[in-house]
Design a protein around this ligand. Structure first.
Ligand SMILES: Nc1nc2c(ncn2[C@@H]2O[C@H](COP(=O)(O)OP(=O)(O)OP(=O)(O)O)[C@@H](O)[C@H]2O)c(=O)[nH]1
Length: 374
């Protein structure tokens, strides 16, 4: 029996494999869970990082005879295919191919293992059964190929031990990564449920409250719009609750179309929506509110039965000024909305604060224009 790669180098190889893939997976899942459907550059990066781990693992070899050896280098390559799909697998292989001599016997042997994996699309049917079947077939293939180059009777224990050790390492890394993947998926799903309104898919009330709390904590002024659909009860009564739901979904989409990326749209409750604009310039907020009012008024909401519903919306606008209490800001914009309803609906009404700030701005402009006394 030849020596088997020392236990500590085997252990450190397994740790490096897991650490590299785990950190890469985590970093690539910052905004959404990483998968074989993520942006192409993420999949390439995942493969390249795994490729660098492969290059490192290639140093620790179990020499069987002549230049026939085993190493754990296959492990990251198999794992990236399972977790990142074909693009990651090919990127990983190309790094190994480019830095390990190109068309060598080793690289062709590795290619003959990963090609069937790539062709079978194992990442799409990633179950424990598929995984164990895959590593079983790979182990058998490696034993047969290596067994035909070395004296199998003499080295059978080394060969078997190495297959068991590398399969164990693969299985541990696979389950640890799957565990991380499940947690990352659960985190994003719970975050989405906690912050998104299940009907309209825009921010929910908790998210609105959090956003206002942030404005307050960071002492950041912003513009506020509170919107309430006019006579919405009639829509439910005439066309049914489902048609009413459809209207709410469409209004959410219209609002998102009308605002800029840095603005915030949320469902405040029932048929009430809120827009928090990063700009706190009164004219800008009033113009945006008018644009939203017109878009809703001109939109044909079509029900499942083909009925066309026309809606109008009343909008109150106001400001949140740094240092103000959130409660006071909401009270002012709510009062503006109430006035819009009272004045006949389908209109935009500004709060006292908006008028005051406009007045203050006008006075400032006049003072700035006034010629200075010599
Ligand atoms: N379809 C549907 N209806 C909802 C939802 N949430 C609240 N509503 C309905 O919205 C309606 C609101 O009615 P009201 O508060 O009387 O307001 P309105 O009919 O729009 O009248 P004004 O606000 O005065 O113009 C009620 O009939 C609620 O049942 C929802 O998620 N889906």
């Amino acid at each position: 029996m030849t020596y088997i790669a020392s236990f500590s180098s085997f252990y450190s190889d397994a740790c490096i494999t897991y650490a590299t893939l785990s950190v890469a997976y985590f970093a690539l899942s910052q905004n959404a869970p990483f998968s074989y459907q993520s942006a192409w550059w993420k999949r390439v990066l995942f493969g390249v990082l795994a490729g660098l781990a492969v290059l490192y693992l290639n140093q620790d070899r179990l020499l069987l005879a002549g230049n026939i050896y085993y190493s754990l280098a296959m492990i990251p390559m198999i794992l990236v295919i399972f977790f990142g799909g074909a693009v990651s697998g090919v990127a990983c292989y190309l790094v190994n191919f480019g830095f390990n001599g190109g068309f060598t016997l080793d690289n062709l042997f590795i290619g003959s293992i990963i090609l069937p994996l790539l062709l079978s699309g194992v990442w799409r049917t990633k179950t424990n059964r598929v995984f164990y079947l895959t590593i079983g077939i790979i182990a058998l293939y490696r034993i047969i190929v290596v067994g035909s180059f070395v004296n199998f009777r003499e080295l059978w224990l080394d060969i078997l031990l190495y297959q068991v050790a590398s399969a164990l390492c693969l299985a541990i890394c696979y389950h640890a990564l799957s565990f991380k993947q499940r947690h990352i998926h659960a985190f994003f799903s719970m975050r989405s449920k906690a912050t998104t309104d299940s009907l309209t898919r825009i921010n929910n009330r908790a998210s609105v409250d959090y956003r206002m709390m942030l404005q307050h904590a960071e002492r950041q002024s912003c513009g506020l719009m509170l919107l309430d659909l006019d006579n919405f009860k009639q829509v439910n009564d005439t066309y049914g609750h489902l048609a009413g739901d459809g209207v709410l979904v469409s209004v959410g989409a219209i609002l998102q179309d009308c605002v800029r990326d840095e603005d915030f749209v949320g469902r405040y409750g029932g048929e009430e929506f809120i827009v928090i604009t990063s700009s706190y310039e009164p004219q800008h907020i009033a113009a945006m509110a008018e644009r939203i009012r017109t878009q809703v008024e001109e939109f044909d909401f079509i029900t499942e039965n083909g009925d066309v519903i026309r809606m109008t919306v009343s909008i109150g606008t106001s400001l949140y000024l740094a240092g103000m209490s959130v409660g006071k800001a909401i009270e002012l914009v709510d009062q503006a909305l109430y006035d819009a309803k009272l004045e006949g609906k389908n209109r935009v009404v500004s709060s006292r604060l908006m008028s005051l700030s406009q007045l203050a701005e006008r006075v400032n402009r006049m003072v700035a224009k006034k010629p200075k006394r010599q």
